[in-house]
Design a protein around this ligand. Sequence first.
Ligand SMILES: [Zn+2]
Length: 195
Amino acid sequence: MLVDKSGKPRSLKSNKTEGILNQLKTHRKFGSPDVSLLELYLHEAGSKAFEFFPQEEVFLVVEKRAKELQKHLFGYQVLPFGHQKNESNEDFGIFALPNQFQCGKRTVDLLRATKTAPRGAFLELAQHLSLFAESESKRLSKPLGFVVVTYCRVCRKLCLIHKRDEVCCYRCFTPFTGSPLPPIRNLQFSDYFKK
Ligand SMILES: [Zn+2]
């Protein structure tokens, strides 16, 4: 959700709670053991509302949503954060609010999900990824430590990424973050004017 400079939330989706619940139910049906809603509140640079989060308008939606999520034993976390710009109007970075209740945590945990045993399709997927991580770490002769299994959309294969590895596919070198740079072409003026 985006909160603009005046503190007004855009696209608050106050009437979308039903749809959100249905999405979470789908995750549970899939067999996921820990189903939570994580809601991001991005504040525009200079938004005063960031310091006073949550504003009344946001609070009312969060309160209503929390009640519905609780009924179904889902978890609920909220993450307020804001952009900041320096004197030259350049992007300076992202700021999170200090969590008064849980030190070192950026999200505010409003509800803890009731955990169930992993099952069904979720369990099959988790076992498949676990077996892949074990065999791939042997193949690459890299120990299994803090690793991420990720899927490359280009070569349609799984990759095992270690903490210090580059975040790109080691089979086809496609970066996993953002889209690869478009090829650089010489601009032909005659082509350009034809359009
Ligand atoms: Zn690839």
